[in-house]
Every structure is written in C-alpha cells, then in structure tokens.
Design a protein around this ligand. Structure first.
Ligand code: URP
Ligand code: ZN
Ligand code: ZN
Length: 458
C-alpha cells in the first residue's frame, strides 16, 4: 500500500459511509473500516468527504477558432481541472476537411500527451462524412474513441441526412452520438437582420438564438435518434422545451441523455445586458429564468444525465473583437475548475444530495462514455482518482484563485459553500490547499469501451 486515507466519509453515487481508502500503484485496493496502513503514508480525512474525481466530458482545449486558439491548452486546462477536483477530461477533436478520424485523433494526442496533468480521452466531431469515414468510425471505437459529435450549426455543421447516417452507424458499433442542437438557418437569418439594424451588442447574441432556436433542434435531433433506435447525448442543453422533449422521450423509453453546464444553472440571459456581457457569449446562449428552472428540475428528477463545462475560454482582448459586432465574439466560456466545486456546493447548500452531485459529475459520465468503473467510483480496482472535500470551507471564485491561463472569469465573486482541499490522480497528489502540485505528462489517454444501450437507464 502507498497511501491510506483514513477516517473520511466516502461518497459514491449510490451512497455514503465512513471508511478508509487504501491506494497502491495508482489504484484503490481496499475500502473499509480500520484498515492497517502497513507503513503507507497516512492522510487524515476526519470531517472531510472522500469523493471520486470528477469527469469533465465536454472540453475544447487549444481549439483552433478563426485566427486563434481557445485560451487553455492541454497543460493549463488540465491543471485547472485538477485544482477543481476533475481527474479526467474528454476533449473534442475536430475532423478537418477530407481528414481521416484516426489521423485527427492521433494529431491531437501528440499535443495532449506531454502536457496533460490528469487523464484524458477524446470524442471526435464528424464534419466531413464519406463512406470511408463511416467505415473508419469502427476503427475509432476500437482505439477507445467511442463517441462522435455532430453540430447542427456553425460553418462545419452537418445536414440532417448526415446526422441520420452517423446515428445509424453509431448504433451498430456501440458508439454514442453527441449533438450540438441549434437551428442554423434561423439563427443565421436573425443574426444578419440584427446587424443590418445596428443591433450589435451581446444582448443580440441571445436574441439571435433564443429558446426556440435551440428547442426546435433538440426535438428534431431526438426524433432522428428515435427513428433509428440510436442512443443520443445532447450536449449543453440550455432550454425549457428541450428539457421537456428529453423528459418525454425518456418516459417513452428511448435512450436519450442530456448534459447541461454550470453556466446555464447559475446565469440567465440577463448577463448579456452587463458591460462585460460579451465574456458570457457562448452557444447556445444562456436563456431565461424558466429555462434555468427547468434545468434544475431535470437535475433534481434525473432527466439531466451529466453536468460538464463546454470549457472553451478566450482572453478579454479576443472577446473584445466583438465589442461593436456580437457576431465577431469568439464563442465559449470557462468552467473546468468550477464544475465540481459548484455542484458540490449546491449539494452542501441542500439543493441536491452529494450522491447526486457525484452521479452527475462522476458516475454517469463514466458510464455513458465507457470508462466505468475505472473512473467515476471509489471502489477496489478503480483508479485512485480521489478528491478530499471540506464542506466547512467557504470559497469565493476569482480569476486570482483559478489555475487556468485566462485573464478573467465569468464566475468572479460567486460564493461556494465547501471546497476541494486535495486531488489525487491515479494515487499522485496533484492539488493541495489551493496549489497545483502535479506534473504535465502525468495524465494518460484512457481507452474507452463501446456500450450498447436500448433504454433510458444509463
Ligand atoms: O460557444 C461554445 N459553446 N463554444 C464551443 C463550441 C461548442 O459549440 O460547443
Ligand atoms: Zn456546442
Ligand atoms: Zn462545446
């Protein structure tokens, strides 16, 4: 044994109990009362919660966007993740025009491997579908990339026909299709009209893609998935009618899974009226209070499957490109370091249980994306990805106490009740009392497994 975490309260998604956790060679080897340290390092976790490390299954690290890259690279992004208790990220690889999927993934892995401070995986976004790519999807699954993303908007968005083919193929090979759902044609018309009318502020970013622009696409995506019996994962769900459509499909027995993000749970479209409104520009935009309430209901009643961040931040000077034209603001917000502390704080304040927070941030993402129980659980045989959480520690989020490279945070001033005090990644201490203590290159690619699903259960 290398490490014994003693006297804490272990919380998994299915319950909590007082127990010691023994770690050897990066794995949990025992969980039980009064374990003998056998000479191992002892960490006293009295009054602390002992939690599985979080998974952030929606990140865009060093993503090429126009002439720039999203601000966090694989080092600074995973460093921030570690400091927020996240011990695995799944990042999006974008297929280039005419590019093979394996080539695209291998290219990104070359960038990530030397820099990653915690474990990582990849989803691949299909932007240029051919018969060869349909064939290659199975090779991607065999190399551990078991999820494919399609965008219904952006310049690289796909048609409904391509979406349909990707769903059909994914069902056959046990892959999960993820979708960014917004009605492209309608939002493009609205954007052009607002700009022509001189309505250029960040508020018009929201008005160009309001609730129905997202929910129409959610409903269309669900219908396409139902038509072929394929599982579907809707990323960054932000609207009430989309939430209702997910609930209806799940009630009917379809394997439809929804992810939302912390920023939709904490902010509404009112932020776009602020002087720094452009810093909140992401797509889909944050919506009205009714949508936020619907998402919280989904968190409480089980119809939201996961919470992940869509971490895709840009520096202030880059957001400023759009100060006179909202269409020029690079889309994306930060959250990788806030995800798990925010959900845990909401649990600590009594809105949800700690078990549900762990389910949303650890167990469900690990199950859906084919890496459970290696990830997402504290149990013998699982990776020793462990967070020690102090429920009595108050924390106010500020750019100054974050560990990414960004020069502001949309979360500035948000107060949390409770905070992680240590993060272990595969048994190695990577975060302690506000400081990053890990190493770039420690994180490894996680080969995920295909999962066949036929119903709404995970
Ligand atoms: O605005 C966002 N969300 N940017 C990142 C790319 C995406 O759509 O997920
Ligand atoms: Zn998206
Ligand atoms: Zn995204």
């Amino acid at each position: 044994m290398d490490l014994l975490i003693k006297n804490g309260t272990v919380v998994n998604s299915n319950g909590r109990y007082k127990a010691d956790v023994a770690v050897k060679s990066g794995k949990v080897v025992a969980v039980g009362i009064g374990l003998d340290p056998q000479g191992a390092e002892i960490v006293d976790a009295t009054d602390l919660l002992v939690l599985p490390g979080g998974l952030d299954v929606h990140t865009h690290l060093e993503l090429p966007v126009g002439d720039t890259l999203s601000a966090d690279d694989y080092m600074t992004g995973t460093r921030a993740a570690a400091c927020g208790g996240v011990t695995m990220v799944i990042d999006f690889v974008m297929q280039g025009n005419g590019q093979g999927l394996l080539e695209a993934v291998k290219g990104r892995d070359k960038l990530a491997a030397p820099k990653a401070c915690v474990d990582y995986g990849f989803h691949v976004a299909i932007t240029d579908l051919t018969d060869d790519i349909l064939d290659e999807m199975e090779s991607a699954v065999n190399m551990g990339v078991t999820s494919f993303k399609v965008f219904m908007t952006y310049a690289f968005g796909i048609t409904d026909g391509v979406f349909y083919k990707v769903l059909r193929r994914s069902k056959d090979i046990g892959a999960l299709v993820m979708v960014h759902a917004e009605n492209h044609d309608v939002l493009e018309i609205r954007k052009a009209e607002f700009i022509a009318q001189g309505k250029t502020s960040a508020w018009y970013h929201y008005l160009s893609r309001p609730e129905f622009v997202e929910s129409e696409a959610d409903i269309r995506a669900i219908e396409l998935a139902k038509s072929v019996g394929a599982p579907l994962y809707i990323v960054h769900l932000g609207c009430e009618d989309g939430m209702k459509a997910v609930e209806k499909a799940r009630t009917e027995g379809y394997p439809i899974f929804a992810e939302t993000c912390p920023h939709y749970l904490n902010f509404t479209c009112e932020v776009y009226k602020r002087p720094d409104g452009r810093n909140f520009v992401c797509s889909p935009p944050m919506k009205g209070q009714a949508s936020q309430d619907a998402l919280w209901l989904g968190i409480e009643n089980g119809n939201i499957a996961t919470v992940a961040t869509d971490h895709c931040p840009f520096q202030t000077t880059e957001k400023d490109w759009g100060k006179d034209d909202f269409t020029k603001i690079p889309n994306g917000c930060m959250g990788i370091e806030n995800l798990y502390p925010y959900l845990l704080s909401e649990a600590n304040k009594g809105r949800i249980s700690f078990e549900r927070a762990v389910e949303l941030c650890c167990a469900n993402p690990a199950k859906l994306f084919g890496c459970a129980p290696q990830k997402g659980y504290i149990a013998p045989g699982s990776d020793a990805d462990i967070v020690l959480y102090d429920p009595s520690k108050d924390f106010t989020i500020s750019q100054k106490n974050m560990h990414s490279t960004i020069d502001y945070t949309i979360w500035e001033g948000v107060q949390l009740k409770g905070y992680p005090v240590r993060t272990y990644s595969k048994g190695a201490l990577v975060y302690k009392d506000g400081e990053f203590v890990g190493k770039p290159g420690h994180g490894e690619f996680v080969k995920r497994n295909p999962v066949k699903r036929s119903g709404p259960a995970l």
